[in-house]
Ligand binder design. Structure first.
Ligand code: OAD
Ligand code: ZN
Length: 246
């Protein structure tokens, strides 16, 4: 199998870079068996993610939305981090500063060992009170439905369509992006404008930009290199070429 890589000069540039950032989307977890949002398998009981991951869907039918998240959470629990997640976790100890910004809520980057991680769309293993905003991890023994502090209904701690990002979190992500010398854009369709704009900010500031995706996206035309294929196959080889082949 021919796994794409970069020319030696680009590999050398990455090797000598201090600030490296990766932005990941659902595609990195596809090889762990978690369906992407917009690809085949992104449906549940004939609903599209866009029809369930909204505040409107939750106020109309909270049980349905919870049922979907309970199903997804179970899928995430059964899944294992793949070589793509593991390579990104390992990268932290090879660059002076390596940051990972993920749109994924599946917890696989955490389980792979990534520490410098921003989960900008939340976390499927955490509940948030709809009134007092208390956050609480969901235990494997079962999920609460009502807040332990104020008895109001709980919701998933997930950023839904049409909701505002946390501004402090967003600001720190843009700062990370703007000082990146290398930006890796992995497994995302770039359909969600905020994470796509973080990648664009790094590109605008002159970062070496590499997209890893089996398909082309709206960012493909703006990056320096497109490595076409699965991230679980490309990332370990890419990492080896950069740091371990010498
Ligand atoms: P999408 O489902 O939009 O895109 C997944 C991308 O992964 C596509 O570009 C695929 O080509 C690519 N892909 C598929 N298999 C892959 C593999 N093995 N290796 C690498 N790439 C692969 O998912 P996102 O871009 O993450 O937001 O979508 C962003 C957001 O849309 C999600 O975080 C979610 C959703 O609405 C919220 O829930 C707020
Ligand atoms: Zn509460």
């Amino acid at each position: 199998m021919n796994i794409p890589s970069l020319p030696p000069a680009a590999l050398e540039k990455i090797r000598s870079s201090k600030n490296i950032t990766a932005i990941t989307g659902a595609g990195i977890s596809q090889e762990s068996g978690i369906p992407t949002f917009r690809g085949a398998g992104g449906f549940w009981k004939n609903y599209k993610a866009e029809e369930l991951a909204t505040p409107e869907a939750f106020s109309k039918n909270p049980n349905l939305v919870w049922e979907w998240y309970d199903w997804r959470r179970d899928l995430c629990l059964k899944a294992e981090p793949n070589p793509g997640h593991l390579t990104l976790a390992k990268w932290e100890s090879h660059a002076t500063s390596f940051h990972l910004i993920t749109q994924n809520v599946d917890g696989l980057h955490v389980r792979a060992g990534s520490k410098q991680l921003k989960q900008i769309h939340g976390n499927i293993f955490t509940t948030r009170c709809t009134k007092c905003e208390d956050l609480r991890p969901i235990e494997t023994s079962g999920r609460d439905s009502f807040c332990r502090k104020c008895d109001s209904p709980l919701r998933p701690h997930i950023l839904w369509f049409g909701e505002m990002y946390d501004t402090t979190l967003l600001q720190s992500c843009y700062e990370i992006a703007s000082r990146s010398e290398v930006i890796l854009i992995i497994g995302t369709s770039a359909n969600v404008s905020v994470p796509a704009s973080m990648a664009e900010e790094a590109i605008r500031r002159g970062a070496l930009s590499i997209e890893i995706n089996p398909e082309t996206t709206s960012l493909s035309g703006s990056v320096d290199y497109c490595l076409q294929g699965k991230s679980g196959e490309i990332l370990p080889k890419f990492f080896y070429d950069i740091y371990e082949s010498k």
